[in-house]
Design a protein around this ligand. Structure first.
Ligand code: DGY
Length: 323
């Protein structure tokens, strides 16, 4: 019997490719990221399984071109790049990778917060440009203390809760806003206080975003919100880029409406050195590396494969969305 066909929009670990090759005919896209749409349009017609990444847009038009597609297995916890309703309608299973990347992503959010508040990356740029010898006063490279500051967590799910625990160890006050207030027991356990969205915006010294990108959160952080934030505050985003209006954020950072921002995710990824964010100093940028640790990425690859195996054989993936 002919082996089923699997297409990967980017490569995975060697162990994963070896396992995939044993069971399937595989093809891996190399080169431009994200994969050009024309190529994906062609490939989707002939495959049984797709392994994709958050940059790939898997919409209804693409799915309608598929003849045998049984499963889409995304190497990510986020699945806003996939039209889940349409997949369900077309009886295509969708697998994703929650849980395993909680710590890694919370750690990155915390690192970004420290980085922008203590101006670490900015200092690195100063040294690389040879300016250290010229700038050496008591007021230079002055950052902001973390302890005693109020961290506002927008979205108290797995990652938001883990970040709250990290913040507690640094003597920060933590407030949060969520679609639903969590139980009093959980609030006590995490030492967090529920506030309205408006309070979160106006009271926080740092806001960290941990909600999915949905119709409700699309471009939610815009100039109106930045105006309500403290002038001394910082914005951290490790969730999804489209939750922030980048043009408004750029303006707010230039005018010092807020003091700084640190972003791991962007409206359209990947971004290059021509992006206006690279021209200002009060922002730290990282290339969507929330889950990017050796340990976490191995676990994600294992789950991605498991979801694929189950889905390609008509079963529900271990971690499944929709159908
Ligand atoms: C995901 O897996 O969706 C995260 O964005 C990775 O950082």
């Amino acid at each position: 019997m002919e082996k089923k066909r699997v297409f990967l929009t980017r490569t995975l670990h060697d162990f994963a490719l070896k396992e995939l090759k044993k069971r399937y005919q595989i093809e891996i896209h190399s080169g431009k990221i994200p994969i050009p749409r024309k190529k994906l349009d062609l490939k989707i017609k002939e495959i049984d399984g797709l392994i994709c990444f958050p940059y790939d847009v898997i919409d209804s038009q693409l799915m309608d071109k598929a003849n045998n597609l049984k499963v889409i297995s995304t190497f990510s916890v986020g699945f806003d790049h996939i039209d889940i309703k349409h997949a369900k309608k077309n009886k295509i299973r969708v697998g994703y990778t929650p849980e395993v990347l909680t710590d890694a992503t919370a750690d990155l959010a915390f690192s970004l917060m420290m980085d922008i508040m203590r101006r670490v990356s900015e200092g690195d740029r100063i040294i690389r440009k040879g300016y250290w010898k010229k700038i050496y006063g008591a007021y230079d490279y002055v950052g902001t203390d973390l302890q005693g500051k109020t961290l506002g967590i927008f979205g108290l799910g797995r990652i938001g809760s883990t970040l709250a625990r990290r913040a507690k160890a640094f003597d920060m006050n933590v407030i949060y806003h969520n679609r639903k207030q969590v139980s009093k027991t959980r609030e006590k356990l995490l030492s967090v206080k529920y506030v309205t969205f408006d309070k979160l915006i106006s009271k926080s010294d740092i806001i960290s975003i941990h909600v999915p990108h949905t119709k409700q959160t699309d471009l939610l952080f815009d100039k109106k919100i930045f105006k309500k934030m403290k002038r001394t505050s910082f914005l951290i985003n490790t969730a999804r880029g489209k939750i922030i209006n980048e043009k408004d954020l750029l303006d707010a950072l230039k005018k010092k409406t807020i003091l700084g921002a640190a972003l791991d995710v962007f409206e359209s990824e990947p971004i290059g050195k021509e992006h206006p964010f690279t021209k200002i100093q009060n922002i730290t940028l990282s290339p969507h590396i929330g889950s990017s640790t050796k340990e976490t990425r191995i676990k994600m690859a294992e789950i991605t494969l498991r979801n694929l195996h189950l889905g390609i054989n008509g079963k529900r993936p271990k971690y499944s969305v929709g159908y």
